[in-house]
Design a protein around this ligand. Structure first.
Ligand code: SF4
Length: 424
């Protein structure tokens, strides 16, 4: 979602006469768009801002701003931490960016705008097809009402708000007219799409409508909450041709005790039942997940249950993290905070188990022919092109730039933990 917010900010500023540059040294405006879901992301943003101090001293007219979740969280406290900063733009104020930049440039003063609005107006800014791209993100909702005990999102993005179905469909139609073939629908919890709309619609209906748009060959979405994964939505996988055979379904832990403390709203048994239901519809569906290790109160036995769940489900891929204490969340105040060295040890064990599962899953595809949407040239190997299968696996193969944007058949000849090797 941050990537898409950054794209929207670039579009808004381009409409005000700015052009994007890859060189910060020649920029008149720099915005550091931040994430604060984990401490590491926040630290990265602070270091990035620190690196711009010298630039700001050299180029007095440069407007330097911070946006995103960290901006929402800290507001004008940012000015104390970085006195050379000009503006702080909260998560509900993105649409006002040109106005805020103009005001700061005119007055030479500082501005922090972090108010929450009843309606997030930036949701109405349609995604623009970027030159040379075949895929696009489309935000369908923002915010979350779940309040998992470790998560800052509901506090920093606000409550759930969905966009009207018709607006989303029109946006995707426009993207398709401009050559976009793959859309990824974004939201903090896409499965609960539509609950805030006056003209009720649900996520399965939205998928159905997008599935009918000519030219859209692939539909993906993220992120899904297991407790809201309905049977109707699961059956969409068998029904809608464009819907890719992949779901990212964060489980977070394999122990019911930990899931309860996280306030996730499902049990391990319920999660496994949803996985089984998905596999009944599509036996080879790729299932990826998120896992947090070292949540407060997690004991060896809980962690072993997480490993057990992984052995049972055999995820195609896993994003795993050490629990990161976020100020203002209930989990940050819980007893039984797990020492970092134990978290690290558990993370290493978990990641090496996942590596064997990912390799096993990837190797099972060797010899099969996969449909690949070619995204561009490989950054690592000259002469190689790169693209993704419908199951969201990266495939590298020998080919020319004329293939960018095409759907090609590639025979998989080798498999690694992060990619596949294929032959056109
Ligand atoms: S569902 Fe996701 S975004 Fe919402 S509170 Fe839980 S972890 Fe955060």
């Amino acid at each position: 979602m941050n990537v898409q917010d950054s794209e929207k900010m670039a579009c808004l500023m381009e409409a005000s006469g700015y052009k994007t540059t890859d060189n910060p040294g020649e920029a008149d405006l720099i915005i550091v768009n931040t994430c604060s879901v984990r401490e590491k992301a926040a630290q990265k943003a602070y270091s990035q801002l620190g690196r711009f101090r010298e630039l700001k001293q050299k180029r007095r007219h440069l407007v330097l701003g911070v946006a995103g979740c960290l901006a929402q969280q800290l507001g004008d406290k940012f000015f104390k931490m970085f006195p050379f900063l000009d503006m702080v733009v909260g998560t509900h104020q993105i649409d006002r960016l040109p106005e805020i930049v103009a005001s700061v440039s005119r007055s030479g003063g500082r501005l922090a705008e972090t108010e929450f609005c009843g309606h997030v107006r930036s949701l109405d800014i349609p995604a623009q097809p970027l030159a040379g791209k075949v895929s696009s993100f489309v935000t369908i909702m923002q915010g979350c009402n779940n309040f998992c005990t470790y998560c800052v999102v509901p506090y920093l993005r606000g409550r759930e708000q969905s966009r009207p179905l018709g607006d989303i469909v029109r946006e995707v139609e426009n993207l398709s007219l401009h050559g976009i073939q793959e859309v990824t629908l974004l939201g903090q919890n896409v499965n609960s799409y539509g609950k805030t709309l006056t003209q009720r619609a649900d996520f399965a209906q939205l998928l159905e409508a997008i599935g009918k748009i000519p030219g859209i060959k692939r539909i993906r979405f993220t992120t899904s909450h297991p407790k809201d994964l309905s049977d109707t939505l699961i059956s969409s996988f068998g029904r809608i041709q464009g819907l890719c055979e992949h779901i990212h379904l964060p489980v977070q832990a394999g122990s019911n005790k930990v899931l309860r403390k996280m306030k996730r709203g499902y049990t391990v048994e319920q999660y496994k039942e949803r996985v089984a239901a998905l596999r009944r519809v599509l036996p080879d569906i790729s299932i990826t997940s998120d896992m947090i290790v070292g949540f407060p109160g997690e004991e060896d036995d809980d962690f072993n249950q997480t490993l057990e769940l992984m052995r049972e489900v055999r995820f195609d891929g896993l994003f795993s993290f050490m629990y990161s204490q976020r100020k203002g969340t209930p989990a940050a105040e819980m007893e039984g905070q797990v020492p970092d060295e134990i978290k690290r040890e558990r993370l290493n064990l978990l990641q090496s188990l996942q590596e064997t599962h990912t390799l096993e899953k990837n190797r099972a595809i060797i010899g099969k022919t996969q449909e690949v949407l070619v995204e561009g040239a490989s950054r690592k190997t000259p002469g190689d092109m790169t693209g993704r299968t419908r199951s969201n696996r990266i495939v590298n193969f020998t080919g020319g730039p004329e293939l960018v944007g095409s759907m090609v058949n590639v025979k998989i000849v080798d498999a690694f933990s992060h990619s596949l090797r294929g032959e056109l």
